[in-house]
Design a protein around this ligand. Structure first.
Ligand code: ISE
Length: 335
């Protein structure tokens, strides 16, 4: 079976997914594209020979669309994800699932009403080779329990419409989810430490910040979020266990040696840095949809991560106070 995918959101991320589905993956084709910007939808539709729509709702009700890929801004995800669930269609929703825990709860309720897990959240780092090596080192237990994890999330730059809140709900959300997955624990508390501000940020953007979080067993997690470096996309993670520290660097492969010294190439985009992870994630989703089964992270994972976001935003409002995270009881549906 070829899975007919409808894409909602024809920006950079959506187009990168179309490219991978068309050129690199198997078992699926993109048959429709929706965007509030009609020109963007038409461009993508013309590229794949599919239909263009001006809204997610219209695309979801197209009977030719088997499954839906949502790649719009996080704050507008919820209505499209709920409409896809109500239409009984599998949906791969880019992170975050939604930007408030309340919206995530509405999505979980819709899914439970449907009686079937249909939502996969695009937490692609769970598919990254390096992060999987770290997880293996943690799970095998050879080095003892995890005590703390240091994360760095550095971007070369961010667009003018990127807001201070997005440092947390759009950028740090990756580490929030990855740390839940890596440690196998929920995050019980978070605070946001203010840092001397960079002059490189656009007016009104408060950055960098450092999130400090604690898991249920007391593992301390920190995350530097620093999004206007200028020079590269740099993701680092160091897991400190009792008898070893395992570190994930940039994974740049090529080294240059010349009169200026030894150096390696710098990656500048998350789409390149995580290409392998995105490809594996989307292929796994296509394969699962073709077999009518769920795969990957669930709406519960989306909800748990966004609950940490809500608490981090509250911490910022409270001048960096530590805020406890109150999750609802996990519905058996998500076990
Ligand atoms: C973006 O949406 C991503 O997913 C990137 O991985 C992240 O680095 C960036 O900050 C986000 O805005």
């Amino acid at each position: 079976m070829t899975v007919n995918i409808g894409l909602i959101g024809c920006g950079g991320m959506g187009r990168a997914h179309v490219k991978r589905i068309t050129e690199d993956l198997s078992g699926a084709q993109v048959v429709a594209a929706a965007d509030l910007n009609p020109q963007a939808a038409e461009e993508v539709a013309a590229q794949v020979g599919g239909k263009a729509y001006g809204s997610g709702a219209e695309l979801i009700s197209d009977p030719n669309v088997d499954a839906v890929l949502v790649a719009t801004f996080g704050k507008v995800h919820a209505p499209d994800v709920i409409a896809a669930i109500e239409a009984g269609k599998y949906v791969l929703c880019e992170k975050p699932l939604a930007t408030t825990a309340a919206d995530c709860k509405n999505i979980m309720q819709a899914e439970q009403r449907a009686g079937k897990k249909l939502v996969t959240v695009g937490f692609m780092r769970r598919f990254d080779q390096g992060y999987n090596q770290l997880k293996k080192a943690v799970d095998q237990g050879e080095y003892g329990p995890v005590l703390m994890v240091h994360n760095r999330h550095r971007n070369p730059t961010v667009p003018a419409n990127y807001t201070s809140r997005m440092l947390i709900d759009d950028t740090a959300i990756h580490e929030i989810d990855t740390m839940r997955w890596l440690t196998g624990e929920e995050i019980k508390a978070v605070r946001v430490d203010p840092v001397r501000q960079t002059s490189r940020a656009h007016a009104g953007l408060e950055e960098p910040i450092v999130l400090v979080m604690y898991t249920d067993s007391g593992i301390r997690l920190d995350d530097e979020v620093n999004v206007n470096l200028g020079w590269g996309y740099s993701i680092e993670c160091e897991v400190v266990m009792e008898s070893a520290a395992a570190r994930l660097g940039d994974q740049e492969k090529m080294f240059i040696r010349d009169i200026n010294g030894n150096r390696n190439a710098i990656c500048t985009s998350h789409i390149d840095r995580f290409k392998g992870a995105f490809d594996t994630e989307v292929q796994a989703w296509i394969n699962a949809v073709a077999q009518d089964r769920h795969t990957g992270s669930t709406a519960w994972d989306g909800y748990a991560a966004t609950s940490v976001v809500d608490a981090a935003l509250e911490s910022q409002k409270e001048g960096g106070k530590e805020i406890a995270i109150q999750l609802i009881a996990k519905p058996a549906f998500y076990n």
